[in-house]
Design a protein around this ligand. Sequence first.
Ligand SMILES: *Cc1c(COP(=O)(O)O)cnc(C)c1O
Length: 385
Amino acid sequence: MTATKWTKRSLAAQAMGKIDPTTRGVVPPIHVSTTYIRDEDNGYSTGFIYGRPDNETVHEAQAVLAMLEEAKAGALLFGSGMAAATAVFQALSPGDHVVASKVMYWALRAWLLNEATRWGIKVDFVETDDLAALKAAVKPGVTKLVWIETPSNPLWTITDIAAAAEIAHKAGARLAVDSTCASPVHTRPLTLGADIVMHAATKVLNGHSDVVAGALCAREDDEFWNRVKTVRKGQGGILGPFEAYLLMRGMRTLHVRQERQAASAMALAQRLSAHPLVARVLYPGLPQHPGHDIAARQMENGFGFMLSVQVTGGEGAAIATAAHVELYKRATSLGGVESLIEHRASIEGAGSPCPTDLLRLSTGIEDVDDLHDDLDRALKAGHRP
Ligand SMILES: *Cc1c(COP(=O)(O)O)cnc(C)c1O
């Protein structure tokens, strides 16, 4: 099956159409071997030598993701989203300067501040949705990487990927995008000028809250991408074959899940905007969202499954609301088929830009009226004196 004739939806549904050559099974086997027989001439004609650098099931899952992201240089899977993200920074050299989004995944922000700086990486955080601020922070010839997250967790601010790529490239830097909350169904950063795309595949790519995985995709098979490959190989960051299999199974239904989740998130955002106990809804699909126009340009098939609400009555009412949900699950993480609710400020701690009255909602595939009714009841119960 060629990757040009069929749509991404079709190719993903069949995990690229690969069948098992031995049995003609429509689901290929999971390759578990850690080692491979050498040829009689001492070579390795299959290319497989050992399980740390390579695994066939991982290759198969990478091929699906590379197809979805239109990644000419391919995809690399890692044991977690953090392992994928940190591999990009570890591919830099001491003294290299990085500009990153101020609103971003909190654990990566903490890693950049506490760990990357110990290895000589210099990091400045700016509001990357403000292109003038981004331009001012980037130092031509010194900045080697611009790292953005869009929509960014947990305020869902939107950064203009094409404009950020232009600013980065003019300064001689690469642009990397954490596209976890957009997924390849809603945004294809490499086609907008980004050099690297990162996913916490733990989230919506897998979609079933049962795999921890990360991914990187690249546009150019250049020296930097080779450095990233060397980092994964050397540090042993590759995803396990069982997880790669589960991730591939998840990606078969990615389009169906994403379209349903985005439609439900939009309906919830609209209905909650009119709720008397909700002060503000943060969702890029709403026309009043500050990033809406850019989102409408660079996102497709909807605006994603993540939204946040700021409740009336402050932090106490927010925590009490979360305490009263029944259908929503009170838990961290996002992107699964089950809807999750979380008071983000309490997990992010000091230094977080997250308002204390904010509840983050990950929209699953449940009945949207049920989700709304659960939130409505919890909001009322959470505001009772
Ligand atoms: C979860 C998440 C990560 C980290 O991924 P892990 O698989 O938990 O290591 C990075 N970025 C975003 C936006 C995330 O939601």
